[in-house]
Design a protein around this ligand. Structure first.
Ligand SMILES: Cc1cc2nc3c(=O)[nH]c(=O)nc-3n(C[C@H](O)[C@H](O)[C@H](O)COP(=O)(O)OP(=O)(O)OC[C@H]3O[C@@H](n4cnc5c(N)ncnc54)[C@H](O)[C@@H]3O)c2cc1C
Ligand code: FES
Length: 307
């Protein structure tokens, strides 16, 4: 399967020794909207990050005392205004604290841009798929793919109508968009894989599939596209702590090799990812993420040494 013409390649390995790239800023919330139940769009003043970020990159935030660090994708930036856009679901302690921030409040700690920018190729015709919060990372990548000359079909998956996010923005970028809801309350009833299978089986030429969302969704998409030998890129979401390759929390197996998603990814060839291991490791940390008083990094180191 041809990879298409390479339009931009700027993979950067943000090992700790390269941390000149990372900037700490005083990070004021300048706007906030609830765009779906428990799903928030915020704009944060972070001029240096706004200037440097590229599609596919993320920031690591800390929002309380000695608390945990957690990653969020940079959805867009406005270098003139010096702001970045983040979209997140409030699913646990840290994201709930962030959701309680008001315009004018500052985020305690914000580091980035982290991760490798997406490799943008002129593939031809691509399908971009976001499930749940995964639509947030899909938007900047889809935009960059389109700017590079690709034609895009979008698939936007959610549990139900009220959870569908960013549909308008996806429609602006894509030639057409299919919305799938698990309960059929909006768009097509069913999973994103059903929509993708129909597109492939209708005989449309598809040169690349990009998928971001829950791990089982990305695994199901990779299994489907493997059957048809369609190049597939996934953006992995293991537990990340430092985001600089130091803690080992985000260790994944890709093509039989150990990779750290924060510095080697977060995007990988979906056909080479060991999803079984990724899901096992995500479960391994469940008792840590549900404990609000955790000593995150130390426990992750301990878990890593044992696992
Ligand atoms: C590269 C990357 C980009 C991401 N971008 C977004 C985004 O744009 N929008 C969005 O809503 N979410 C995004 N996430 C997921 C987000 O980081 C988690 O939802 C968040 O960390 C939850 O933390 P919590 O304390 O609120 O919830 P917790 O109760 O601590 O955890 C809830 C679930 O969130 C996940 N999680 C918890 N801590 C971490 C962590 N440190 N690193 C990774 N996952 C964690 C686990 O699956 C956990 O089961 C991204 C994850 C990664 C790896
Ligand atoms: S988050 Fe990747 S090594 Fe720590």
């Amino acid at each position: 399967m041809p990879d298409g013409k390479l339009v931009a390649q700027n993979r950067r390995h943000t090992r700790f020794s390269d941390c000149k790239e990372m900037i700490h800023t005083v990070n004021e919330l300048v706007a906030k909207n609830e765009i779906a139940p428990s799903t928030f769009q915020i704009f944060v003043r972070a001029p240096e990050i706004a200037r440097k970020r590229e599609a596919g990159q993320f920031v690591v935030l800390r929002v309380h005392g000695p608390g945990e660090r957690f990653p969020l994708t940079i959805v867009s930036s406005d270098p003139d205004e010096g702001t970045i856009e983040l979209i997140f679901q409030a699913v646990g302690k840290s994201t709930e604290i962030l959701a309680a921030h008001r315009v004018g409040d500052s985020i305690l700690d914000l580091v980035g841009p982290l991760g490798n920018p997406t490799e943008i190729h002129d593939y031809g015709r691509c399908v971009v798929i976001g499930g749940g919060y995964g639509m947030a990372p899909v938007i900047p990548i889809a935009q960059a793919l389109r700017d590079a000359g690709n034609t895009l079909i979008g698939i936007n998956g959610a549990r139900s109508r009220e959870n569908v996010i960013l549909e308008d923005r996806l429609r602006e970028i894509c030639e057409r968009v299919e919305v799938c809801t698990d309960d059929g309350s909006y768009g097509r009833k069913g999973f994103v894989t059903d929509a993708l299978r129909d597109i492939i089986e209708a005989g449309e030429q598809i040169d690349m599939v990009l998928a971001v969302g829950p791990t089982p969704m990305m695994r199901a998409i990779a299994d489907l596209t493997r059957e048809y030998e369609i190049k597939t890129i996934v953006s992995l979401n293991p537990i990340m702590v430092d985001g600089t390759g130091m803690c080992g929390g985000c260790r994944v197996e890709v093509g039989g090799e150990t990779k750290f998603a924060c510095v080697d990814g977060p995007e990988f060839d979906g056909h080479l990812v060991d999803f079984e291991m990724l899901m096992k490791r995500q479960k391994m940390y469940d008792h840590l993420v549900s404990d609000g008083s955790r000593q995150y990094t130390c426990q992750l180191r301990e878990a890593k040494n044992n696992g």
